[in-house]
Design a protein around this ligand. Structure first.
Ligand SMILES: [Mg+2]
Length: 279
């Protein structure tokens, strides 16, 4: 077990003793292996158990329809079940009576600066490759043609490359103060500055009247410019990473009994078996 500072070691042991009152999870690379779509069955069972006990959130850069399908396998009619889509763009709550989702909050696109369609058109024109640029309600996503996703390690590098190219265009056009460009490891997502997974967690913390310190948040992309940088900063709950680490106290790493750092869904399941839940 290796911590990069005494503060991190202390925070890790405190977290393992804490009883959490809400939990939030990234999907890609956290509940599923990166560039894979299925949640391993043991993890799925564990998530279902938690979702029946405390408020449960899944948050992703993907859109609500995609996440709904994934959520259906976890959510066995739980009351306090939330979906944060488009990296914070919209937050939906599950209505168990109607078996449907209702929107709680959303972050409007800043049309006065540039509409989503205009920015999509601009990027489509400026990006030199066969990049797909798609405008959604609260974000723009950029990704490669499907064939590239056969090679998970390759796509991680290409994704970083795409995010940097997109950032350069946004900056050159004078929009860098209005948008965040985030690398999700499988593509790029552009969101309004006011949006973000972390800010969505903060809104839910106020809505549910549960302090942020009682939130456990788990993701895999905490480095600057990646899509969990804000979410796993430690400012929006007790953060663990099952991907890379940063030089900060948070996110905390996940170690097994032998002191080995665990990654992806394996790390998430291990953590959930170790961590306490308030009852
Ligand atoms: Mg991820």
């Amino acid at each position: 077990m290796k911590f990069h500072s005494p503060e991190q070691e202390k925070a890790y042991h405190q977290a393992l003793k804490h009883k959490f009152k809400a939990m939030a999870f990234d999907i890609d690379g956290t509940l599923t292996k990166l560039a894979k779509i299925t949640i391993p069955s043991r993890l799925l069972i564990k998530l279902g158990e938690i979702a029946r006990q405390i408020p449960f959130m899944i948050c992703s850069g993907r859109d609500i329809d995609h996440i709904k399908n994934k959520a259906a396998s976890i959510n066995g009619g739980s009351k306090n079940f939330f979906i944060i889509s488009e990296n914070g763009g919209a937050t939906h709550s599950y209505d168990s009576k109607k078996n449907s989702y209702t929107e709680l909050f959303n972050i409007p696109w800043p049309d006065k600066i540039i509409t989503s369609q205009e920015l999509t058109y601009l990027l489509d024109k400026k990006l030199p490759w066969k990049i797909q640029v798609k405008s959604r309600d609260h974000s723009i996503v950029l990704y490669y043609p499907p064939v590239f996703y056969v090679f998970p390690t390759l796509i991680v590098h290409l994704s970083k490359f795409l995010a940097n190219a997109t950032r350069r265009i946004i900056k050159k056009e004078g929009y860098e103060n209005y948008f965040d460009v985030e690398d999700s490891g499988i593509g790029t997502i552009i969101i309004p500055r006011e949006s973000g997974k972390g800010k969505a967690i903060k809104r839910l913390s106020q809505y549910l009247k549960i302090p942020l310190r009682d939130f456990l948040v788990v993701g895999d992309m905490p480095e600057p410019g990646k899509n969990d940088a804000e979410f796993l900063s430690g400012n929006y709950g007790t953060a663990f990473s099952v991907g890379n680490q940063t030089h900060n106290t948070f996110p905390l790493p996940v170690y097994n009994d032998h002191g080995k750092k665990l990654r992806g869904p394996e790390g998430t399941l291990y953590l959930l078996n170790e961590i306490g839940i308030a009852n």
